[in-house]
Design a protein around this ligand. Structure first.
Ligand SMILES: O=C(O)CCC(=O)C(=O)O
Ligand SMILES: [Fe+2]
Length: 296
């Protein structure tokens, strides 16, 4: 497949993980139409509205936007976050792209390691009329990622359209093919295309793809819900330990708890010493031994 200069839209109902991954590898992103069931979308809107209504605009004109509301800590605030995160096409594509095995020597043994993944950020982003476009960027800049040196992706991100996304209301700007650029080449606004998709659809893209929020010249706000799966050996951009109220954790499955960082995976990252042993952090949750302050 040769890289296209537009974004490809695939129907979520009839598309396989492999097809999603193929298009992401080619273009740096893909739109999945009908990603959320209408009933889930309706409930998402109902739960999100009061949260965004009480969220203040950003104060940073440089990146966050002064006519943009951003609400985080979403696994503690929205019931449908596990369903969105574990959607077979998103979770499946994230695992396939991020969990590229590598081989390491430990003494005489050459062992294969498959990287773990974790949630790195959650954010509902509401762009209001009059907001200008966000500077085009790569989200793996947070990890100080280098291209193409590392030969692997650090992040697979999703943006679920909570309202329709259009070219006028700030539909996410993406430069197709820019995930293949080296670090010498900078992004230009003319190279970006708008993500146009009806509510309930989703854009999936990778950390190395240049993108940004679009400018909203329409009369109504644009609302999107974004989250990212990252390599678990990287630091979480949004600190999930401190963003999710302690009493919400038992209501999440072990798989989701581990994806939020409550676990130590293949290379014992994030272990806790207890009684002289380096133990998996999940044992602290099982024992109810965690009492953390949270932002809310
Ligand atoms: O709001 C959007 O469409 C994209 C936002 C974004 O890329 C960011 O804040 O990093
Ligand atoms: Fe971004």
């Amino acid at each position: 497949m040769t890289t296209t200069t537009s974004l490809t839209t695939l129907p979520a109902a009839t598309t396989s993980v492999d097809e999603v991954v193929d298009v992401i590898r080619r273009d740096g992103g893909v739109i999945l139409e009908g990603f959320l069931e209408p009933s889930v979308l309706a409930e998402l809107r109902r739960q999100l509205e009061p949260i965004l209504d009480e969220t203040r605009y950003g104060e940073d004109a440089y990146f966050a936007g002064t006519k943009t509301r951003r609400a985080g800590g979403l696994f503690g605030r929205l019931d449908m976050m596990p369903e969105i995160a574990l959607h077979p096409l998103y979770y499946g594509a994230a695992k396939k792209i991020l969990q590229k095995p590598l081989w390491v020597w430990v003494g005489d043994d050459r062992i294969e390691m498959v990287p773990d993944i974790q949630v790195g950020v959650t954010q509902a982003i509401q762009i209001h009329p009059g907001q200008g476009d966000q500077r085009l960027h790569r989200d793996d800049t947070s990890f100080l990622w280098r291209h193409p040196d590392y030969g692997r992706e650090g992040r697979v991100q999703i943006m679920v359209a909570v309202t329709d996304f259009t070219a006028e209301n700030g539909g996410t700007l993406v430069i197709p093919g820019s995930h293949l650029w080296d670090d010498e080449r900078g992004p230009r606004r003319e190279e970006a295309v708008s993500t146009v998709m009806p509510a309930g659809s989703a854009l999936i893209w990778i950390g190395s793809t240049y993108h940004g929020g679009g400018d909203n010249s329409s009369e109504a706000s644009r609302t999107g819900l974004t989250m990212a799966f990252d390599l678990a050996c990287l630091r979480q951009e949004e600190n999930q330990y401190l963003s999710i109220p302690r009493d919400k954790l038992p209501g999440l499955s072990e798989e989701v708890q581990r994806l939020l960082g409550w676990g130590s995976g293949v290379n014992l990252m994030g272990y806790v010493e207890r009684d002289g042993q380096m133990v998996d952090a999940h044992t602290l949750l099982e024992d109810g031994a965690v009492d953390l302050p949270t932002v809310r």
